[in-house]
Design a protein around this ligand. Structure first.
Ligand code: MSK
Length: 659
């Protein structure tokens, strides 16, 4: 039985838990939660109708003459008290989403540069440079000399240069040098090449203040510039420094789903986004004295498990098992088997605390940026990381010793291959000596692979958990579209078996042939939501290798966040669009269809040489839109006929096989 402060679910509506989620383990725990009288975000979403005016961004509360609201059904009938139109309302709200989302990633990335600087200068010794090859590659990519120089000299130049990603007042950020020239030319023409993220976010907040920028197209430009400062700046730096310090991911077989919890072990879950605390926790749980303490408490050992995006990062980099994505973080506590949930930043629901209390599980916050009323705080410091993580392990052992909650662990585990990186894809396709994206481009040109889709992002209680992710990806691979994934979407597919090489049989004949030849699954997981930057690098390399046009906008490539919920997703979507990618979102989109701002995002940006936004909630409709866009790009490149030939060859081959 759940204990202490049982939270009674408000029983306005009792919906079948299988209407909330397609994740069997989560459904099993939601049923237990109901028996235990515990409420989760699924119940709260069912009992709270989303505000229809806010959902369409038809309200403005950026000053105190309002809040003003317009009628989304007749959006030009009224204006706000200051005279602001529906287009200004929407653009301002969108701008604030981009600013907040970009701030989250760039604050994370800036923290990584701070850590890197301290490691290079010898002030922090718990971490070290693990991937010297990656250090040299990143340095070379922005023009830092590496030949005949020491690791310290290269690393010193690199951190000094990368600090500009955040603080640069004028000029282009360092990683603008990695952008394909034709794409960069579009940005220069549009005046959206980012300066440092601090400057861009500050300017976007300024422009969206009452009485400043009141031209939706001009606000959108600053949205693009700020979002690009995230994708090609803050996020990309976070990924690259993490690889340099902790190692670049390469394929590893890992178990996901709640069955990774072990009843006879001390279970510690780390949930959040930044790798530093998780890396230190990995060291703590492998410390002989702490393992001994766990055994003395009656446990067989200590079981470290990830969730959400820091989980996705550690799954990719070190093969740490993963218990589930964003919408399973409350449900996993209902198992009663979690001895501590330790969190850092982003996507940490406040509701976790009440659920944790019900099962006597300590919820431990570790970052000054993210404290939760009622949770225990153990401050994590990069300079003495083990003080925090050892203490968390001790708290978990204590909870194990005093376990009183009923334990029920869903017996579901899915094994898959994770840990693909831009670098590994290079190697996988071309081998050590001729590593290249050329085989990928060739297979796209000859039509075996129709195109590439990035399917990423959150889960959202307004959608049936994982359903749209899974159906969409199945539909894409069935149509020979190679899928790259990050974050909670990657975990959704992993839970459904799509990360095993055997999943290749779900792919269309062309993609299946490539997967079987190379021995890869039809979808490749690249890590956390910050690691979406790996997709940008992969796209740039496809352009550089040749045969698929001059800019990212020319590629037969698309993006999608089918169940998104966070402002970070809006920022990610905008940097993909500004980079040249058609990007489809699901759930809801914060615009009123038919307005000038909506048309600007969904049509006009493409005419300016960028990508564009798309929206659908049905996975098959999404797939149709994305495949149609891929085919449009194939036609423009003159490679549409090649695909028809390949498919004919495959049919012929099947005919021969059958004979
Ligand atoms: S954790 S941002 S729910 S992907 Fe990155 Fe998952 Fe979305 Fe958070």
């Amino acid at each position: 039985m759940a204990e202490k402060k049982i939270v009674k679910a408000k029983k306005k509506k009792e919906i079948d838990v299988r209407d909330f989620t397609t994740c069997e383990a989560t459904a099993q725990m939601l049923e237990k939660a109901r028996r235990d009288g515990v409420e989760t975000a699924f119940d709260r979403a069912a009992n709270m109708k989303a505000c229809p005016i806010g959902a369409e961004s038809a309200c403005c509360k950026h000053c105190f003459m309002g809040p003003c609201r317009l009628n989304a059904k007749d959006p030009y009938a009224k204006v706000g008290v200051c005279g602001a139109t529906i287009d200004t309302f929407q653009a301002r709200n969108f701008a604030r989403n981009v600013a907040a989302g970009g701030a989250a990633h760039t604050d994370h990335g800036m923290g990584m540069v701070d850590l890197f600087r301290e490691v290079v200068n010898g002030h922090i010794t718990d971490y070290e440079i693990k991937d010297v090859h990656k250090l040299e590659q990143v340095a070379q990519s922005i023009g830092i000399e590496t030949e005949g120089r020491s690791v310290k000299e290269i690393a010193t130049d690199l951190y000094k240069e990368l600090e500009n990603t955040y603080t640069q007042v004028e000029g282009e950020i360092p990683f603008a040098k990695r952008v394909p020239p034709a794409t960069l030319e579009v940005w220069r023409k549009q005046d959206i090449v980012p300066r440092g993220a601090m400057r861009e976010i500050m300017e976007l907040m300024h422009r969206s203040h009452m009485g400043v920028d009141q031209d939706y197209a001009n606000i959108t430009k600053q949205c693009s510039r700020t979002a690009l400062a995230d994708g090609w700046g803050g996020s990309m730096v976070a990924t690259e420094i993490s690889d340099i310090l902790y190692g670049t991911p390469s394929p590893v077989a890992v178990d996901v789903n709640m069955g990774v919890l072990k009843e006879d072990q001390v279970n510690i879950i780390v949930h959040g986004h930044e790798p530093n605390m998780f890396e230190s926790m990995l060291a703590s749980v492998n410390t002989p004295s702490l393992i001994e303490a766990a055994k003395e408490a009656g446990a067989q050992g200590i079981n470290l498990v990830g969730m959400c995006c820091s989980g996705a990062e550690m799954l990719s980099r070190h093969g740490v098992p993963h218990a589930g994505n964003f919408m399973s973080t409350e449900a996993v506590l209902v198992t009663g088997a979690v001895d501590t949930m330790c969190v850092d930043v982003q996507c940490i629901k406040q509701g976790l605390q009440k659920v944790a209390e019900c099962y006597n599980t300590p919820l431990i916050t570790t970052n000054t940026r993210c404290r939760i009323e009622g949770a225990t705080h153990v401050q994590f410091e990069d300079h003495k990381p083990r003080e925090c993580t050892d203490e968390v392990v001790i708290k978990a052992i204590t909870r194990f010793k005093n376990r009183t909650a009923d334990i029920e662990i869903p017996n579901i585990r899915n094994t898959g291959i994770h840990g693909f990186s831009y670098e590994y894809i290079n190697y996988m396709l071309g081998g050590t000596f001729r590593g290249s994206y050329k085989p990928l481009n060739d297979n796209i040109i000859n039509g075996r692979i129709r195109g590439v889709a990035g399917v990423v992002g959150c889960t959202n209680p307004r959608m049936k958990q994982d359903y749209v992710h899974v159906e969409l990806v199945k539909e894409l691979i069935k149509n020979d579209v190679l899928v790259l994934q990050t974050g909670c979407s990657q975990v959704a597919l992993a839970k459904n078996g799509l990360y095993s090489p055997e999943a290749a049989h779900l792919a269309g004949p062309g993609l299946q042939e490539v997967c079987e030849t190379v021995g890869m699954p039809p979808c490749l997981g690249l890590g956390s939501c910050v690691d979406n930057s790996r997709i940008l690098i992969a796209a740039s390399e496809m352009v550089r290798v040749g045969g698929l046009g001059n800019s990212i906008a020319d590629l037969p490539a698309v993006g999608c966040a089918p169940e998104y919920m966070s402002e970070k997703a809006i920022c990610i979507g905008q940097y993909f669009v500004a980079s040249g990618v058609f990007t489809v979102f699901g759930v809801t989109f914060p615009t009123v269809e038919g307005t000038k701002f909506h048309k600007h995002l969904f049509e006009e940006l493409e005419q300016e040489g960028m990508g564009k936004w798309g929206f659908a909630t049905d996975p098959y409709e999404m797939a149709k839109m994305m495949i149609a866009h891929i085919d449009k790009k194939r036609k423009a490149l003159g490679i549409d006929k090649a695909r028809e030939r390949v498919l004919m060859d495959m049919d012929d081959r099947r005919g021969i096989d059958a004979a």
